[in-house]
Design a protein. Structure first.
Lengths: 176, 140
């Protein structure tokens, strides 16, 4: 059965977590998705959340991707400006989040198609009770409920984040 | 990887650990404002200091080179390479334990482990040859 999708307006009260590829598209004006993502992010009225875990991954990607080799310093500077402009909520990598790494690794053997880092991002949202994960990678969060179910064996009461992605027209959509 | 498949495995794992600590430290030092990623690389490489060790680290950098163009594929490719590398070297538990360290703790750890590795400096040419083979296997 195909997933249903709905166009959404994010409420003022909702927190929105950004995963690494979405942040890249936002800070890289050479990306074909840059304007869509920018437009979509501008519609968000709720609070925006970045994590130290995502930021570490972002910096590594900027350093290792051929595409960014000449522009990595400028892109990081764009990221820093973005962080200050959006007035984001910050999630530091605590020992609990580091441990999430190990847990996700263990359950990743039971959930095909996902890298355990995908699950760590979902887990961070679950632990921090963040409602929306905004990711351009539609496939990553196709299994979001299964991941949450598996994580709940280790973290009872973990919340159930929803996947939101940006469309080419610059709208936000979520799977229901 | 086993010792039989890859002699000097322990030495290689020590190098891998230093490589991963350097990665995390560079990311921690660079803030995009006063310190760029290029500055941070320079600062951390000044801690490592040894020319031959830095040469080995640059060789490992080639393993992580991402050629994809699309942001989703770039991130997926990075995750794949990192998982492969961590899995076959220091292991995920050990890597995860580095993630929440403070800058000073990571810096001290890097200095200590670098000094230990430099005691086996005479084996670096063999490690370099092994690394070259490994990179060739992975088409790098």
């Amino acid at each position: 059965m195909e997933d249903e999708e709905e166009l959404i307006m994010i409420e003022h009260t909702e927190e929105n977590y950004f995963d690494t590829c979405t942040v890249i598209d936002r800070i890289d004006d050479h990306s074909q998705y840059h304007s869509n993502v920018t437009r979509a992010i501008n519609q968000i009225k709720g609070r925006l959340v970045f994590s130290e875990y995502m930021e570490n991954e972002l910096k590594s990607v900027l350093r290792h991707a051929q595409r960014f080799s000449q522009r990595k310093d400028n892109l990081l500077s764009n990221y820093d400006s973005l962080k200050r402009t959006l007035n984001i909520v910050w999630v530091a990598t605590t020992p609990q989040i580091s441990n999430l790494h190990n847990v996700c690794r263990r359950i990743s053997r039971r959930i095909g198609g996902l890298k355990f880092q995908d699950m760590v991002h979902i887990g961070i949202c679950g632990l921090e009770r963040i409602i929306n994960i905004i990711s351009d990678d539609r496939h990553i969060y196709g299994n979001i409920n299964i991941v949450r179910q598996e994580l709940s064996h280790f973290y009872p009461g973990i919340s159930d984040p929803r996947h939101v992605y940006t469309t080419r027209q610059g709208y936000l959509r979520r799977m229901v | 990887m086993t010792e039989e498949e890859f002699p000097f495995l322990e030495l290689f794992n020590d190098l891998a650990r230093i490589y991963l600590e350097r990665e995390l430290l560079i990311n921690m030092v660079a803030n995009g404002k006063e310190l760029t990623l290029t500055d941070a690389e320079r600062i951390v490489d000044r801690i490592i200091e040894d020319f031959h060790l830095l040469k080995l680290i640059r060789m490992l950098d080639r393993f992580f080179l991402i050629k994809e163009r699309d942001s989703v594929k770039i991130v997926r490719s990075y995750r794949y390479r990192l998982n492969l590398f961590v899995d076959r070297t220091i292991g995920l538990d050990s890597f995860a334990s580095l993630l929440h360290l403070k800058r000073e703790e990571l810096e001290n750890m890097l200095i200590k482990e670098k000094e230990n590795l430099l005691k086996r400096r005479r084996e670096f040419p063999i490690l370099e040859a092994q690394l070259a083979v490994l990179l060739k296997w992975h088409g790098r």
